[in-house]
Design a protein around this ligand. Structure first.
Ligand code: UD1
Length: 419
């Protein structure tokens, strides 16, 4: 198993480019299931979750070809209705096959994703919405089994703006009979990107990117070409890498509109962010200052940048408070940051972070995708050597992270774990 070794303390300088968004590419690839016709998707990040999605689609009968960051799919021969446990257990986003399979083939069997390191992650809202569209949904032998000859448009009010739940219902509604109106849905930019792709395929969608989306069902979708939006979580991670090391980097492909709340907090910490033709420039002259941050659905502060923010808070001047409201138990990086000298106390959903002048490098272990990124940032700022094991978590969602960081001056390398 690979490890990442970092010698901390080097300020980052230069230009770093953001890849395509994992969380937009996943539903867009899943949306290939909705009909035949060639779908050409560009700017797909080469990360493990997307390889898994490609495998799942191929298993279901989609012809999938990958050439660098381009994925070409043809789904006219989709016949299988089953997303098996072996794939779903490695990637919860496999649940995104549920809506498309059900609406296209009239039946879907998708393994129920189990718990994961960041707490229980139910899919009840996906199922409730599909049932409101007329599906018979049963959970049996660990599988979600849904059937409907043709889904029917309905009014659905979500109890919570679930991201993949919203995406599943949008995709299901594209081929349903009549009009579906979805209320209190998630507003993440990745959903608007999915809707843009679906619209190119012939879907009729109004309100993409807002909390009310109206979809008029059509009988079939055709092929289309689309370029995936840049990854805002990766962009935010690079901005924070610049901020924590105190260098001067420009993050190319960073869309500041997607990171409004994050930028406000980073600026409040004393970091200068300026937009120019090549991207967002990140500089800091004084020490980082403590802030209060609460994770919320978009446009609030993203939970996917919480661990990275905690790394910054660990070395900020003063006491910061970080409240996690999206996922219970998403503080697994805290004991690892303790190993690096951080002073963090957890009180329910709150983390109280007393900034210290400098973290010290240590062997640490990644527990989930974003926690790993938090540890990388901590390692970049720490004195001495940090080794991060279980980096397969990082590889699920970050494309060539260590290479990109190395190119802007970080002392970082991937090494084989000695067992
Ligand atoms: C997506 C993102 C993930 C991000 C998360 C929150 C993808 C592939 N993944 O995950 O990176 O961290 O959004 O921004 O886009 N919930 C329910 N019932 C449901 C569904 C969700 O109670 O049926 C709850 C969850 O337990 C959680 C909250 O809603 O507390 C948010 O989850 P959700 O938005 O569904 O996250 P994902 O779509 O799984």
């Amino acid at each position: 198993m690979d490890q990442i070794r970092i010698i901390g303390g080097a300020p980052l300088n230069g230009l770093v480019e953001v890849s395509g968004a994992k969380n937009a590419a996943l539903p867009i690839l899943a949306a290939s299931l909705l009909g035949g016709g060639e779908c050409i998707i560009d700017h797909v990040p080469q990360v493990r979750d997307l390889i898994t999605m490609g495998k799942l689609l191929a298993l279901l009968g989609v012809e999938v070809q990958t050439e660098g960051s381009r994925v070409v799919m043809e789904a006219s021969k989709v016949q299988s209705i089953e997303a098996p446990y072996d794939l779903v257990k490695t990637m919860r986003a496999s649940i995104l096959a549920l809506g498309p399979l059900l609406t296209r083939l009239g039946e879907a069997k998708v393994s129920l994703p189990g718990g994961c390191a960041i707490g229980t992650r139910p899919v009840n809202l996906h199922l409730k919405g599909l049932a409101m569209m007329g599906a018979e949904v049963e959970v049996e032998h660990g599988y979600i089994h849904a059937k409907a000859r043709r889904l029917k448009g309905a009014r659905i009010d979500l109890d919570f703006p679930t991201v993949t739940g919203t995406e599943n219902l949008i995709m299901a509604a594209c081929l349903a009979e009549g009009t579906t109106s979805l209320h209190h849905v998630a507003r993440e930019p990745e959903i608007a990107d999915l809707c843009a792709f679906l619209t190119k395929r012939g879907a009729k969608i109004l309100g993409a990117g807002t909390d009310t989306i109206i979809i008029e069902g059509v009988s079939e979708l055709h092929g289309a070409k689309h370029e995936v939006m840049p990854d805002r979580v990766e962009a935010g991670t690079f901005v924070m890498a610049g901020a924590i090391t105190g260098g001067d980097i420009t993050v190319k492909g960073c869309i500041s509109d997607h990171l409004g709340t994050v930028f406000t907090k980073i600026q409040e910490m004393g970091v200068e962010l300026t937009e120019h033709s090549e991207g967002v420039r990140v500089r800091r002259s004084g020490p980082l200052k403590a802030v209060e941050v609460k994770t919320l659905p978009y446009p609030g502060f993203p939970t996917d940048l919480q661990a990275q923010m905690m790394a910054l808070m660990s070395v900020a001047d003063g006491t910061s408070i970080l409240t996690e409201t999206i996922f219970e138990g998403r503080f697994l990086h805290v004991p690892e940051l303790h190993r690096m000298g951080a002073s963090i106390e957890i009180d329910g959903p709150h983390a109280v972070v007393k900034g210290i002048p400098v973290l010290t490098g240590a062997p640490v272990m990644a527990s989930d995708l974003r926690a790993s990124a938090g540890l990388v940032l901590a390692g970049l700022a720490a004195e001495g050597e940090t080794t991060i094991s279980r980096v397969y978590h990082l590889d699920r969602g970050y494309e060539r992270l260590e290479e990109k960081l190395k190119a802007v001056g970080a002392q970082v390398e991937r090494v084989r774990e000695v067992v």
